[in-house]
Design a protein around this ligand. Structure first.
Ligand code: ATR
Length: 282
C-alpha cells in the first residue's frame, strides 16, 4: 500500500478491533482498483465515542465502520440516519460527507441470500431475536418478504421484535414464537435465517437449531455464523438437499455496501472475497 499526502482515510471504530477482517478486506479492494484510500482500525473506549466522531470530522476522515460496543451509542453524534438504520436503532457505517449513519449488516445478509434467491414474496423464518436478528429482519421486510416468523428461546423478545418490524409498515405479516417449534414452521418456509450463535467456534458440535428432516429441497438456509465456514446447520441443509448460504457472505456484502457508501463505486466483490478467505485461512 502506498500511503501519500493525498490518501483518503476510512476505518473502523470498536472495542476491541484487533481481530477485525475489515482492514484486509477493504485495503485489498482499494489496491485492486488503484484507489488512493487506506482503511485502519481504531480501538475506541466506550466513553470516547463522541470525541472520536468529532475528531474524525476534524481529521477529514471519509468514513467509519462501527462495531461492538458502539453501534447504538454512536447514533446520537450523527446529523442524519438512513431510514432503515433508524428503525433498527443501530449504525455500523458512517459517511462523513453528510455525517449520516447506515446499517449495512442487515443489507449484507439480504444480499448474501439474494445470491441464491430473491427475498421478494418469500416466507422467511428467522431464528434469534438479538441485534443481528433485528438488523436482518428489518431488511427482509424492506426487500419485500411476504412474511417473517421470528423464533427465539425467549419468546417475549421475539414478540417484541416482531411488533417493531410490523409497526414499520414495511411488511404486513410478522409473527413470533418459540424456537422449540421450528419444525412446524419450516415446512411452509422459503428461507431460514439463523442469527443465533449456535455452532460457532469452539461450539462447532452443538445440536443445530433444525435438522435435515425439518428441511425441504427448495429451502434456502442462511447461517450468520462464519466460523466455521460449514456450521452444523449448513451441514444439515446440504444433507437435506436445501440451498446453503454461508455466513462469510454477510461479512462480504456488508463491506461491499459500506465501500459503495463511502466511495460511490461498486466494490470488487471477488477481490474482497479472496481477502476474507486469506484472512480466515481458507
Ligand atoms: P447478536 O448481536 O449476534 O444477535 P445477541 O443480541 O446476544 O447477539 O442475540 C443472540 C440471540 O441468539 C438471542 O436471540 C439468543 O436467544 P435468547 O434471547 O433467548 O437469549 C439466541 N441464542 C443464543 N444462544 C442460543 C442457543 N444456544 N440456542 C438458541 N438461541 C440462542
Amino acid at each position: 500500500m502506498n500511503i501519500k499526502g493525498s490518501t483518503n482515510i476510512v476505518g473502523l471504530i470498536g472495542h476491541p478491533v484487533e481481530h477485525s477482517f475489515s482492514p484486509p478486506m477493504h485495503n485489498a479492494a482499494f489496491q485492486s482498483l488503484e484507489m488512493d484510500y487506506a482503511y485502519v482500525a481504531f480501538d475506541v473506549e466506550p466513553q470516547n465515542v463522541g470525541e472520536a466522531i468529532k475528531g474524525a470530522e476534524s481529521l477529514n476522515i471519509k468514513g467509519f465502520n462501527v462495531t461492538i460496543p458502539h453501534k447504538i451509542e454512536v447514533m446520537q453524534y450523527l446529523d442524519e440516519l438512513d431510514e432503515v438504520a433508524e428503525l433498527i436503532g443501530a449504525v455500523n457505517t458512517i459517511d462523513f460527507k453528510d455525517l449520516k449513519g447506515y446499517n449495512t449488516d442487515g443489507i449484507g445478509a439480504v444480499r448474501a441470500i439474494e445470491e441464491v434467491t430473491s427475498i421478494k414474496n418469500k416466507d422467511v423464518v428467522v431464528a434469534g431475536a438479538g441485534g443481528a436478528s433485528r438488523a436482518i429482519s428489518f431488511y427482509l421486510a424492506k426487500f419485500g418478504a411476504s412474511s417473517i416468523t421470528i423464533l427465539n428461546r425467549n419468546v417475549d423478545k421475539a414478540q417484541s421484535l416482531a411488533e417493531d418490524v410490523l409497526a414499520s409498515d414495511l411488511i404486513g405479516d410478522v409473527e413470533s414464537g418459540s424456537i422449540s417449534e421450528i419444525t412446524n414452521h419450516l415446512a411452509d418456509a422459503d428461507i431460514l435465517v439463523d442469527t443465533t450463535p449456535v455452532g460457532m467456534d469452539p461450539h462447532i458440535n452443538d445440536g443445530p437449531i433444525a435438522t435435515a428432516d425439518d428441511m425441504h429441497e427448495d429451502l434456502v438456509v442462511f447461517d450468520a455464523v462464519y466460523n466455521p465456514n460449514e456450521t452444523v446447520l449448513i451441514k444439515e441443509a446440504i444433507k437435506a438437499g436445501a440451498k446453503p448460504v454461508y455466513g462469510i457472505k454477510m461479512l462480504l456484502y456488508q463491506g461491499a455496501e459500506s465501500f459503495k457508501i463511502w466511495t460511490g463505486r461498486d466494490a470488487p466483490i471477488d477481490v474482497m472475497q479472496d481477502a476474507l478467505n486469506d484472512y480466515l485461512g481458507r
